[in-house]
Design a protein around this ligand. Structure first.
Ligand code: ZN
Length: 449
């Protein structure tokens, strides 16, 4: 039986190769919004997986499904990649043999030998390859990755092309160390996480590519630091509220109904609501500590035509954060109540338009995968504490929608490097996270000494 030392040595032997792979990956500009070069990114990843022995399926999202979530961005194709190796009781058709795209969706029995025997475990690594726009003010070219003082610089280096790199090389190292993979390994690389993930991992879950039938353990390789696991995240509800009054000339304001005045009424209620939300705290280890509560912020306000016109319409945009225990449905209800109060107080119509939501998600710190990763992290760090993310990410699709509780977030890269200018990942983070992923996978499969 291989030892973990052999696995760690196999990762170290790949440090150069990993760095080179990451730089090549980072050079593909996959900015979202709007969702550029997804085909190129997907091709790069598929070509990385095939020689590694994965059965690769390119999962494209039909345009009408894209339109449901991103009506203004249907001109960019949504291309996800799924690679699988080992014996997996896929709830889906076997990769490469799907001929019923968009129809029926009837699960078909695998015709592989060993069909029906649920020998596992089936481990799924998933990560997103879209990146937020680089923006200006970089002192380097965000898409010409460089290595300086043990760091790889480039947009997506922390968030989260290093995570995808780590999971691919973790499995390489396992095999190089002589680990005979039990069950199966799946690597999915998805798009659109930065805009909600509905056409990325959300779509894979919806279509049955990730389900309790084909997945025992899932690691979402987002950048939460190689030194700790993340158990979940707060939820979010983003929406617009508009007030509708009546236009009038500024010199005869009495003829109109000022939509700004009604919005002022609503914003005052939101202020009280915000204070109430701050009392809704959570025991979950949300980091930073100040984020251990529910919250709401008005983030944009828009009204008016001219300095001499009483506006008939005012629209404000809100960012509502939910703590575990809250639901999006209850948050919507509370907003509706405040809207009704404003309607009653002002006589104006108040309208709600939703932008996006994500339910809060957490898994127990003592689930098998959390404990396995925690033990391996302690091979490299003196101590570790699990965290819960203040934002939201794609983990929720696996936990809430697919119903897989054995799902954590773990990956290299630094949360504080996500979305910033001159983003980097420390190479030692990449190496350590890869080791932890490799050894933990071997532990989950019960194949190491
Ligand atoms: Zn990310």
């Amino acid at each position: 039986m291989p030892t973990t030392d052999a696995i760690y040595a196999a990762v170290e032997a790949r440090e150069e190769e990993m760095g080179a792979f990451l730089r090549e990956f980072l050079a593909i500009e996959t900015e979202n919004p709007p969702g550029r070069n997804y085909r190129e990114g997907a091709t790069f990843l598929a070509e990385a997986m095939r020689p590694r022995g994965y059965d690769v399926e390119i999962v494209e999202v039909p345009t009408d499904r894209v339109a449901e979530h991103y009506p203004e961005r249907t001109d960019h194709e949504r291309v996800n990649v799924l690679g699988r190796k080992g014996d997996n009781p896929s709830g889906r058709d076997e990769p490469g043999e799907r001929d019923d795209l968009g129809g029926g969706g009837e699960p078909r029995e695998s015709d592989e030998p060993g069909e029906g025997d649920d020998s596992g475990p089936h481990v799924h690594f998933t990560g997103h390859f879209d990146v937020v726009p680089a923006g200006e003010d970089w002192t380097r070219d965000p898409y010409t990755p460089t290595v300086e003082e043990g760091r790889v610089y480039g947009r997506g280096s922390s968030d989260m092309k290093s995570g995808i790199t780590a999971s691919l090389f973790a499995v390489d190292a396992l095999e190089a160390a002589g680990v005979d993979i039990e069950g199966s390994i799946t690597q999915s690389t998805t798009v659109d996480e930065e805009t909600g993930g509905f056409t990325g991992l959300g779509y894979l879950v919806e279509e049955g590519y990730v389900s309790p039938d084909n997945t025992d353990y899932c690691v979402y390789t987002e950048c939460f630091d190689a030194s700790r696991i993340c158990l979940g995240h707060r939820g979010v509800l983003k929406f617009h509220v508009s007030t509708h009054g009546e236009k009038a000339h500024g010199c005869m304001a009495h003829d109109g109904a000022n939509a700004v005045a009604a919005m002022t009424d609503f914003l005052t209620r939101i202020e009280t609501y915000e204070a109430d939300l701050h009392e809704r705290t959570t025991e979950q280890p949300v980091t930073p500590d100040a984020s251990r509560r529910a919250d709401i912020s008005p983030t944009m306000v828009d009204a008016g035509y001219s300095e001499n016109v009483v506006p008939d319409r005012c629209r404000a945009t809100f960012y509502r954060v939910l703590v575990p225990g809250e639901t999006v449905a209850s948050a919507r209800r509370e907003i509706r109540e405040l809207m009704a109060d404003t309607e009653q107080a002002t006589g104006q119509t108040v309208e709600y338009e939703e932008i996006m939501f994500a339910e809060p998600t957490t898994v127990p710190a003592d689930c098998t995968i959390a404990e396995t990763y925690t033990d391996r992290i302690l091979d490299f760090y003196d101590e570790t504490e699990p965290v819960v993310s203040p934002g939201s990410d794609d983990q929720r699709f696996v936990v809430n929608d697919a119903g897989i509780e054995e799902c954590i977030v773990y990956g290299p890269g630094l949360l504080q490097q996500a979305h910033v200018v001159d983003e980097y990942v420390p190479i030692d983070q990449l190496v350590t996270a890869t080791k932890v992923m490799a050894a933990s996978t071997a532990d989950l499969m019960g194949v190491v000494e």
